[in-house]
Design a protein around this ligand. Structure first.
Ligand code: ABF
Length: 226
């Protein structure tokens, strides 16, 4: 599994050129990409490449690996964003957010000229929601009200806990995460919009129709969906 992640991360480097501003995703697959990208920059193979991190985690990792980082408000545009996903359907709609960084990820990836997704073949599904719940970032005070409201969508939502002792997971933005299991997601784009219409919802982990290229690590090599 780790080898598949490394293989897609290596393949992703082919998309990066001098003078690019690169959105840096979160998670274990992207961590390899950040490591390899840092190496190319440090060795002088790539020049004037800047990273825009999607989380504290990816920011620290980028700094550690020698990638100059800038904030979203310091750049005119993002050329490419590279990130993992939890599920990918045949139309390249995604579920993301296991790392609780979905809001910043969506802000950056939506704005990127190219959004490149890195997954292993175990993430491919026929229909979104088949295996993974949809993470929803919510204003803390509203978590219970929103969890109840989500039932209207024929789903059950659970507050994500760090542990019993440490309490709920708190995002980089100071919010909570609800994990919502939907019995069936027929129209990802429609559900993405509907969920964001609930007051108190900051963002949800359905990324419908924004991926441009998906690199899939398989035992027989890296496959490209676009
Ligand atoms: C982040 O990392 C998330 O949006 C997604 O949930 C997760 C994928 O992580 P991994 O590559 O470790 O499976 O991008």
């Amino acid at each position: 599994m780790e080898e598949l992640k490394r293989a897609v991360a290596r393949e992703a480097l082919k998309f990066i050129e001098d003078d690019m501003v690169v959105g840096l995703g979160t998670g274990s697959t992207t961590a390899y990409f950040i490591e390899y990208l840092g190496k190319l920059i440090m060795e002088g193979e790539l020049e004037d490449v800047y990273g825009v991190p999607t989380s504290h985690q990816s920011r620290l990792l980028a700094i550690e690996n020698g990638i100059p980082v800038v904030g979203l408000d310091e750049v005119d545009a993002i050329d490419i964003a590279v990130d993992g996903a939890d599920e990918v359907d045949p139309q390249m709609n995604l579920i993301k957010g296991r790392g609780a960084a979905l809001t910043m990820e969506k802000i950056i990836e939506y704005r990127a000229g190219t959004f490149l997704v890195l997954v292993d073949e175990g993430k491919l599904v026929e229909r979104l929601g088949q295996r993974m719940p949809v993470p929803i970032e919510v204003i803390p005070a509203a978590w219970r009200a929103i969890a109840e409201e989500i039932e209207v969508f024929n789903a059950e939502a659970e507050l994500r806990m760090a542990s019993k002792k440490d309490g709920p997971v708190v995002t980089d933005n100071g919010n909570f995460i609800l994990d919502a299991r939907f019995h069936r997601i027929d129209d990802p784009l429609d559900l993405e919009i509907e969920l964001n219409n609930i007051p108190g919802v900051v963002e949800n982990g359905i990324f419908a129709d924004i991926a441009d290229v998906v690199l899939v690590g398989t035992k027989d090599g890296v496959r490209k969906m676009e």
